[in-house]
Structure formats: structure tokens, C-alpha cells
Design a protein around this ligand. Structure first.
Ligand code: IDP
Ligand code: MG
Length: 148
């Protein structure tokens, strides 16, 4: 089992896509183990996107991701990192296939609504950064909650 860090970015929150996005992860069979809305500090945003620090779009990206609330999530499951990346789709929404989140809702690369960790080391790093308090360890068993 893996846990991945997923974040609805300010454009996704502003457009009212939080519920739609959460539903896709739930329907897929991933387990929600962390969820909160935060307004990211410049420091945390720069740390999160440090790998892109030298790219021309970096200043705009930091301004964008700190411009309003983001929804931080941790999702667990078998191969959760790649499963989530497949649900999200490629970076540019105009090139993303229909059926993916970016393919269904996104047009511009800078407004692609959602972040997902791309490897085990980045997932560990990002989960520690955004969820320093840790995530929740719980057993999911929907049938046992149908009858009391
Ligand atoms: P990813 O989110 O699909 O992993 P990355 O290449 O890691 O894509 O880029 C991180 C984020 O930086 C993207 O999701 C997007 O928000 C932003 N970004 C990447 N390339 C560009 C660009 O050319 N212009 C504007 N923003 C970009
Ligand atoms: Mg990336």
C-alpha cells in the first residue's frame, strides 16, 4: 500500500470542483486518510515546488498557489501514486484525455486544478510538508456501516 499527496489548487477550489475531484478518488477505490483546506504560505509553496525554482513560470506558480485556499489530501491504496496520476492526467489540460480530471475540466497548463505526487520519495516529502501532524490510520469497511 502507498499513500500519495493530492492537492486541489486555488483554481479548482474557486471553480467549485473540490467535490467532483474527491468523488473521483473515492469511486476509484482509494482511501482518504487526510483532508484539510489551507491558504499556503510562500515558504511552503516554494518548498513544495522547489524542483521548478529555476523555471521561468516559477514566480507565477508561487503567486498562483498562494492566492487562495487549496485542499490538501492524502489518499492510500495499492500503487496509489500512479493510480492518482492516471486519474489526474497529463500537465496540459488541452492535451489530457477525456475521462481524466485535467482532460475533463482543464484548458491552460497554469490552471490545471490539481497536484499529485509523482514518485515514492516526492510523496513522502510532500506528505511530511503538508501534513506534519501525520495522516489517519483507519480500516475501511463500508458494509459493516450499513446496519448498526
Ligand atoms: P505536474 O503537476 O503534472 O506534475 P509539473 O511539470 O511538475 O507538472 O509542473 C508543476 C506545475 O507547474 C504544473 O502542474 C503547473 O501548475 C505548473 N506549470 C508547469 N509548466 C508550466 C508552464 O509552462 N506554464 C505555467 N505553469 C506551468
Ligand atoms: Mg510534478
Amino acid at each position: 500500500m502507498e499513500t500519495t499527496y493530492i492537492m486541489v489548487k486555488p483554481d479548482g477550489v474557486q471553480r467549485g470542483l473540490v467535490g467532483e475531484i474527491i468523488q473521483r478518488f473515492e469511486r476509484k477505490g482509494l482511501q482518504l486518510v487526510g483532508l484539510k483546506q489551507v491558504i499556503a504560505s510562500e515558504e511552503i509553496a516554494k518548498t513544495h515546488y522547489a524542483v521548478h525554482a529555476e523555471r521561468p513560470f516559477f514566480p507565477g506558480l508561487i503567486k498562483f498557489v498562494t492566492s487562495g485556499p487549496v485542499v490538501c489530501m492524502a489518499w492510500s491504496g495499492r500503487d496509489a501514486i500512479s493510480v492518482a496520476r492516471n486519474l489526474i492526467g497529463p500537465t496540459n489540460g488541452r492535451e489530457a484525455a477525456p475521462g481524466t480530471i485535467r482532460g475533463d475540466f482543464g484548458m491552460d497548463i497554469g490552471y490545471n486544478m490539481i497536484h499529485g505526487s509523482d514518485a515514492t520519495d516526492t510523496a513522502e516529502f510532500e506528505l511530511g510538508l503538508w501534513f506534519p501532524e501525520g495522516v489517519n490510520d483507519w480500516n475501511q469497511d463500508s458494509q459493516s456501516w450499513v446496519y448498526e
